[in-house]
Write a protein that binds this ligand. Structure first.
Ligand SMILES: Cc1cc2nc3c(=O)[nH]c(=O)nc-3n(C[C@H](O)[C@H](O)[C@H](O)COP(=O)(O)OP(=O)(O)OC[C@H]3O[C@@H](n4cnc5c(N)ncnc54)[C@H](O)[C@@H]3O)c2cc1C
Length: 381
């Protein structure tokens, strides 16, 4: 895609790719998956590069990068598996809500420590009865006489919430009589007394981890609200656009590695006296995959460019998310077939890419929900 990216964008993508190859490595990412270890060391290395602050404004201590830069970073971070990218993307795209909606006190408290890697963020939207229908949030926050919030309920699938020093941006119901306008965001540190967080034994996302959270009259300071009371749905809708654009970049990075790994294997593996690559049926399967990866990448770059320019782009972002995740799934499945029995072993990495792909068409809004958003934008004539 060298001719699509500007020289500086290509340089940036190459820089993060090189960093992944030399400073992180696929072996490290694989080990974190096998042991279900959060990648603390890698996160610190990324913080030391200053990349956690990529999207923050320069006056807030950030690098002043745009969403395209961020999406390119996501592509490179995803190259050894999407779970690793999630460990960096979830905190960074969640942190941008503080930049946009935080009070002066919240910005002072959180932004610099976040950029330095001292705290992390995770986002907690989903609940047992609020998945695709996220506005069905029931976790209830009421103010008591002191002005503090008292929160009760259950959240589900909150990725990264069990990692140390994490602040959870939690969607809660502050008004039961107003479906969308009765939602707010509270910033709740994960060591808040009364909060119970359990890591879930999921098929994917072993390293970043995803969790269930129980709250039983948990006390949260009154000033922990992000933005205004009742602004939660607006904040989350904007949040999801940035999330979907960047995760789509991560899926493309992961899908490219799945294809490249399968191509390399097809050249090395000899059966019937010749490399697998000589069997046209396999070559065509991989040609289809590379075509899909290139198409997904172009959709992602278009969405990222429009988002960077501040243009309305929920349709384009949904197309990128939909096609990026489905491409990752198709490429990992094809990779499993090309690698034969070997694909089943952790050291082949393909089964991990397949596991990540299964999550990719669900998390951040399922493929069906992306299609619903795209269809809504299609008008007659
Ligand atoms: C590993 C993992 C990590 C996650 N991380 C986070 C996180 O950090 N924070 C967070 O808040 N959430 C997170 N999620 C939750 C994720 O966003 C939800 O799983 C997702 O939105 C789908 O909700 P659901 O699982 O309840 O499925 P449901 O909404 O019950 O959907 C089940 C099926 O029905 C389909 N469906 C539902 N409604 C419609 C409709 N209107 N039209 C057509 N089809 C429909 C869906 O597409 C899906 O195929 C994570 C999930 C996973 C698996």
């Amino acid at each position: 895609m060298a001719d699509f990216l500007s020289e500086s964008q290509q340089l940036w993508l190459d820089t993060v790719n090189r960093f992944m190859d030399h400073e992180i490595t696929v072996e490290y990412v694989r080990r974190c998956d096998t042991n279900r270890d959060y990648p603390y060391e890698a996160y610190e290395k990324i913080a030391n590069q200053g990349w956690l602050g990529l999207l923050f404004k320069e006056e807030d201590g950030g690098a002043g990068g745009d969403i395209f830069d961020y999406t390119l970073m996501a592509e490179a971070l995803g190259k050894f598996g999407f779970d690793f990218a999630a460990a960096v993307l979830v905190p960074t795209f969640t942190a941008m809500n503080i930049s946009k909606y935080g009070s002066a006190a919240q910005k002072k408290k959180y932004i610099q420590p976040f950029i330095e890697g001292k705290i992390r963020f995770s986002v907690s939207i989903s609940e047992p009865d609020a998945g695709s229908d996220a506005s069905n949030t029931k976790t209830r926050a009421r103010r008591d006489a002191s002005g503090d919030w008292i929160v009760s309920g259950q959240k589900l699938w909150c990725s990264g919430a069990a990692a140390r020093d994490t602040v959870i941006a939690m969607l809660v119901r502050t008004d039961p009589d107003n479906k969308h306008g009765g939602l707010s965001i509270l910033l709740i540190p994960n060591d808040t007394p009364g909060l119970v967080i359990n890591k879930l034994p999921t098929l994917s996302r072993h390293a970043t981890g995803t969790t269930e959270i129980f709250l039983d009259n948990v006390r949260v300071p009154g000033d922990a609200i992000l933005g205004e009371e009742g602004q939660g749905w607006k904040i989350i809708t904007e949040h999801l656009e940035l999330e979907r654009c960047s995760v789509a970049g991560g899926y493309v990075g992961n899908a490219q590695t799945a294809v490249s790994t399968a191509v390399r294997y097809a050249h090395e593996r000899i059966q019937f006296g010749k490399p697998l690559w000589d069997f046209q049926v396999l070559k065509h399967m991989l040609a289809d995959c590379q075509t899909q990866v290139d198409a997904a990448r172009l959709l992602v770059y278009r969405a990222a460019q429009m988002a960077s320019q501040g243009l309305p782009c929920s349709r384009e972002v949904s197309m990128a998310k939909l096609y990026g995740s489905e491409t990752l799934k198709q490429c990992a499945l094809t990779g499993m077939q090309v690698l034969g029995g070997y694909a089943n072993l952790p050291e082949a990495d393909m089964e991990r890419y397949l596991r990540e792909s299964i999550q990719s068409t669900i998390g951040g809004g399922t493929s069906q929900i992306q299609k619903t958003i795209i269809a809504k934008s299609m008008r007659l004539g």
